[in-house]
Design a protein around this ligand. Structure first.
Ligand SMILES: O=C(O)CCC(=O)C(=O)O
Ligand SMILES: [Fe+2]
Length: 357
């Protein structure tokens, strides 16, 4: 059984039942003043009499929240009708924020503060789909129409033993300038130069506002975490409508259920920026990495092999982003690095995509 349920103030986007198992994805829009993130996107998983609950695509999910969510449901008997559970959940979510720790509160407040008066409102309130490169838009439309059936998959990939064989015809990829620059590493035009310009201006405004962000990741020191700039909803929307379908097509299996992310920007400059990035793997199933600008020399990406495989440290390819708006999509396990920057500035937007559920 599968379908949609409609509750008051809450839409269930998915309902699957098979045997003793019932899975419900709920999208519950809470007032922004209570929870300014997408924290109300919840999956309930009933397995016989047991009930599990997880946040879906909620980048600002904090450990405390998930614990509270589970506690909310723990006391309910397994046979409790779904509708009653949802109303308990609904009330619980509204009071959830009070249980957050001070650091978590500060993160949410910072994001909410900047979101109230950004430079370019459009980046926060409009789907980034409006800024898609027309070639990527076409590819997504083809994927959405299901015209790319496994039967059309390229023979080389069907024959691959690696288990990550993509399902797209090579001719289509070539036409849309999606290139497999190294095994399982795809380069393609993703967003318009306009998007990149607005985004860079927004970052300048954020830094000028005096608000501070945590460092982007454990290796890059210069940059910002997008959730802390108030962009968590926009990133989650982009993941759902663009990155997820792409990952499903290019990395079937590992890319099928990407429901979380860590998204950030990094800056490479000869001064006041990182100068290079040593080889590493990402803490992700799949990573999206977009060049925003401005102009630079050097700082090419280097891709090696997959972690835990014999050729992991073999240098396979160096890649120069053709310009702002171009991206790469690769497996988190793919070891990669950035060469030294020689001049100018390279700012990139990266989203490490994870399967959390
Ligand atoms: O654009 C780059 O230099 C790569 C950034 C990266 O790999 C990372 O932040 O994990
Ligand atoms: Fe990385």
């Amino acid at each position: 059984m599968s379908g949609r349920l409609q509750f008051q103030g809450c839409v269930s986007r998915k309902l699957h039942r098979s045997g003793q198992e019932l899975m419900v994805d709920l999208f519950m829009k809470l007032p922004e003043s209570i929870f300014p993130t997408e924290a109300a996107n919840v999956r309930l998983h009933f397995l016989r009499r047991r009930l599990f609950a997880r946040w879906l695509l909620a980048p600002m999910v904090l450990q405390g929240q998930e614990e509270t969510l589970s506690r909310l449901l723990e006391d309910l008997p397994g046979e409790q009708p779904l509708i009653a559970m949802v109303s308990v959940l609904w009330e619980g979510l509204t009071s959830l924020r009070q249980g957050l720790r001070p650091r978590e509160q500060a993160l949410l407040q910072r994001a909410a503060a900047y979101r109230q008066r950004p430079l370019h409102e459009v980046l926060f309130t409009t789907s980034w789909l409006h800024f898609l490169d027309p070639r990527l838009r076409l590819l997504l439309r083809r994927l959405g129409q299901g015209s790319v059936a496994p039967a059309h998959a390229c023979a080389r990939c069907r024959a691959s033993q690696q288990g990550h064989a993509h399902l797209l015809p090579l001719r289509l990829l070539r036409k849309l300038q999606v290139e497999e620059i190294s095994k399982n590493v795809y380069a393609f035009p993703a967003l318009t130069p306009d998007f990149c310009r607005l985004f860079l201006e927004e970052l300048d405004a954020f830094y000028a506002s005096g608000l501070k962000s945590s460092r982007p990741n454990s290796m890059n020191r210069y940059g910002a975490v997008l959730e802390e700039v108030g962009l968590s909803l926009a990133v989650a929307d982009f993941q759902r409508h663009v990155l997820l379908p792409l990952a499903r097509a290019l990395f079937p299996g590992i890319g099928d259920e990407l429901d979380g992310h860590h998204a950030f920007v990094v800056h490479y400059r000869t001064e006041a920026g990182d100068r290079h990035l040593p080889p590493h793997r990402d803490d992700s199933e799949v990573t999206f990495n977009l060049a925003l600008g401005r102009s630079w020399e050097g700082c090419r990406l280097i891709f090696c092999g997959l972690m835990q495989e014999p050729d992991v440290h073999r240098h396979q390819i160096s890649h120069a982003f053709p310009g702002a708006g171009w991206a790469v999509l690769h497996l988190g396990r793919q070891v990669h690095a950035a060469e030294h920057i020689l001049s100018g500035e390279r700012t990139n937007l990266a989203a490490r995509l994870l399967t959390r559920v």
